[in-house]
Design a protein around this ligand. Structure first.
Ligand code: GRF
Length: 206
């Protein structure tokens, strides 16, 4: 009779460790979503994206999901009576797809403890400023309006307070004299794509 250890070892040979399963939440363009998918495809990130969830039926992220052949689910927040009801459904879908880590990549909804408590310490968010400066909406415009000379982006763990969770990684971006919100955001996004992937990689190692 084979010993338990041998059986376990054989089992692992037959079924190599499956990469951690990610669920991505995105409301808009989805360039961060695609950056994660590209890093996985290029072998820079050992993970798999189980699905994309968007709250916006017209989100460009949906086109990207289709092209990348990643399942996508639309949960339009307008069809839910409360933030909690939306989050309850999101949790249900994430569990259905066996998601282990949740990546908020341009998710423009405030999340509630219903989602946060379902994935303790396993939800990351990317924000286009050097937090704690310029939290909330229009962070790029806020930085330009204030006149700071350096801004950037932040990846942090999600807690109930918006844009306030423990910081994992930041990147600085210099503001140029003739910057517009668009030109500045484009440079910030390059850094976002880099630090979001690096942050996920760090989390998955632990
Ligand atoms: C990013 O700038 C992110 O920081 C902010 O929303 C934007 C989403 O961009 N929260 P994309 O949809 O990933 O292109």
């Amino acid at each position: 009779m084979l010993s338990k250890t041998v059986i376990t070892a054989m089992d692992q040979m037959d079924h190599p460790k499956t990469p951690p399963k990610l669920g991505v939440l995105a409301s808009g363009s989805g360039s961060n979503f695609e950056a994660i998918a590209a890093a996985i495809a290029q072998g820079r990130l050992q993970a798999q994206i189980q699905l994309l969830i968007t709250n916006t039926p017209t989100a460009k992220a949906l086109e990207r999901a289709q092209r990348l052949q990643i399942p996508a689910v639309v949960l339009n927040h307008r069809n839910f009576p409360s933030r909690e009801a939306l989050d309850q459904r999101i949790v249900g879908v994430l569990r259905q797809y066996q998601v282990e880590w949740v990546i908020m990549a341009g998710w423009m909804r405030i999340v509630t403890p219903i989602l946060i408590d379902a994935f303790p310490h396993r939800i990351l968010n990317i924000h286009p400023s050097l937090l704690p400066s310029f939290p909330g909406l229009r962070a790029v415009e806020q930085a330009l309006d204030y006149g700071v000379k350096i801004t950037g982006c932040t990846v942090h763990f999600v807690i109930p307070e918006v844009d306030r969770g423990p910081i994992l990684m930041q990147a600085a971006v210099a503001i140029l004299p003739d910057d517009t919100p668009e030109s500045l955001h484009a440079r910030i996004q390059k850094e976002e794509h880099r630090i979001l992937v690096e942050s996920i990689a760090i989390c998955l190692q632990h």
